[in-house]
Design a protein around this ligand. Structure first.
Ligand code: ZN
Length: 233
């Protein structure tokens, strides 16, 4: 079968059929739009329809990985939509941090499924690794040290929970430790929280997110939305 001009491999076609077969809401496939040119894929729900956007210019294996990755997010969303949002619209730092926290918790489960399906192309990791290396190459102004340390800890968490290459993990752990001694202990603590609370079910994801927000002391800046019900943290 063809998706956005890509003929899927048998493994990807089987995964596509199985996962999309479990979805109750209709699915629409689209290429990534002009507002997200660098993105591999993302999914939004629009009036009860899953709209899955994937970058069609990707090589075949990476396209399939991005496609199934997004379908797994649709499945997660139908099982129970759990998402952290900023309490106030103009709180851009909270918005950025909310999307980072959602990503480490939700992607952990998705990446584990992709590995089990043998649909990891390695390209997503390669891009994540090069963006970390680029981030490490920029000098950090003193007044942004605290924010840098916090976001770096989450970057390290993302590499760890999504199963990055051990040699790369060692390299990046050393580099972050050299820049700021808070990063690695904080990443260790956040990984321990996610491992203790889990990420497979909506209830587990909600527990992990609540515990992370408490750990970083950002209560008051977020709301946790569980199936459309907003809860103050
Ligand atoms: Zn994802």
């Amino acid at each position: 079968m063809k998706v956005l001009e890509h003929t899927l491999s048998p493994g990807a076609e089987k995964a596509f059929a199985e996962i999309s077969g479990t979805l109750k809401k209709p699915l629409v496939m689209r290429a990534v739009d002009r507002n997200h040119p660098a993105s591999y894929g993302y999914t939004v729900e629009d009036r009860g329809v899953h709209v899955v956007h994937v970058q069609p210019a990707l090589p075949a294996a990476a396209f399939e990985e991005a496609l199934i990755h997004e379908l797994l997010h649709c499945q997660q969303r139908e099982a129970g939509d759990v998402g952290l949002v900023p309490r106030r619209q103009g709180d851009h730092l909270a918005m950025l941090l909310a999307s980072t926290i959602n990503s480490v918790v939700n992607d952990r489960a998705v990446e584990a499924r992709l590995r089990a399906l043998e649909l990891k192309s390695g390209l997503v990791e390669a891009v994540r690794m090069s963006s970390t290396r680029e981030a490490l190459a920029f000098p950090v102004p003193d007044h942004l040290r605290d924010v840098f340390a916090l976001f770096s800890a989450f970057d390290l968490v993302l590499h760890r929970v999504t199963g990055a290459d051990p040699a790369f993990l060692e390299e990046v752990t050393e580099a972050y430790a050299a820049l700021d001694d808070r990063v690695v202990p904080n990443a260790d603590a956040i990984v321990a929280i996610i491992e203790a609370n889990g990420s497979d079910t909506p209830a587990q994801r909600a527990c992990s997110i609540r515990a992370i927000v408490e750990h970083i002391g950002w209560q008051g800046r977020f709301m946790l939305v569980v199936d459309g019900q907003a809860e103050e943290l």
